[in-house]
Design a protein around this ligand. Sequence first.
Ligand code: C2E
Ligand code: MG
Ligand code: MG
Ligand code: MG
Length: 288
Amino acid sequence: RAKDEGRSCYAFYTPQHNEIIQERLRIENLLRHAIKNDALEVHYQPIINLRSNKITGMEALLRLRDGDQLIPPDRFISIAEETGLIISIGEWCLRESCKQLAKWHQHLDPNLYISINVSTRQFQSKAFMEVIETTLRDNQLDADKLLIEITESLLLHDNQHNLEVFQQLNRQGCRIAIDDFGTGYSALSYLMKFPIDVLKIDRSFIGQSTVDGKENSLIKAIIQMSQGMNLKVIAEGVETSAQSELLQSFSNDICAQGYLFSRPVNDTEFAKIFMQLTAKNVSVSGQN
Ligand code: C2E
Ligand code: MG
Ligand code: MG
Ligand code: MG
């Protein structure tokens, strides 16, 4: 997930570059002490089944506290990856969100699942599988309640170790999603090679979908392919009801997340949103 921004600007020294370097060092420093200082927060974005209009799960999205500000992941994940700090931070995120999920199983709905972003470096770390297993056990969670999001770039190279981790996750019962599907450089053949369960259609396609644009054909093709291959689809970045209706016209078994339903929110807000939507669904079906 590392971004290329700011990589090619070492040739000349300017005051702006100095600022960029200072800011980078500052974030690196915040990250280094983030766990000890309790400076990481997980926000949760509901994932909705468009047919039932119910929340079926949530994506865990990290934020870094900086005084009274929250730094978004686009400004710290790549730094965490480059420094290797992503391994401990990613493990913290996994533990924290599984702990939260176990509470929601008691108070909201025992079928909810959590979707977690895993960087290549974390995926390939020695302890990865062990951390997953321990976390599930500690929180008494069934493995099918955990969806692991990885990006296409992880599948780019033929790598025996990766394949083994995939097979272990699969045996364990965890589900695997390809995040930002369609934006990477991988060949589709990896869908045959790895035990993938879910495709998350990147929000850039959803955002540009119009009544009959090219993006529509692309979204439709991804959905049709998924149906043929027994993969689930989650559409990212759904912001309008027109987009939601379009997706529903393509499939009666599709999930979505996006600002139309909710932004990523903290745990308290998530529980409120869940209960509001449940109450609304009950009153709607009560009228029939
Ligand atoms: P992602 O996994 O593709 O997450 C979806 C991003 O889209 C989130 O940004 C979310 O806030 C945003 N989003 C959701 N719905 C909408 C919408 O309707 N419109 C628009 N414009 N945006 C929407 P966020 O939270 O800033 O996260 C950015 C990226 O940071 C994530 O992209 C993910 O790649 C990475 N990330 C976040 N948390 C973690 C983590 O714990 N570990 C790792 N390795 N990466 C993480
Ligand atoms: Mg994601
Ligand atoms: Mg995504
Ligand atoms: Mg993304």
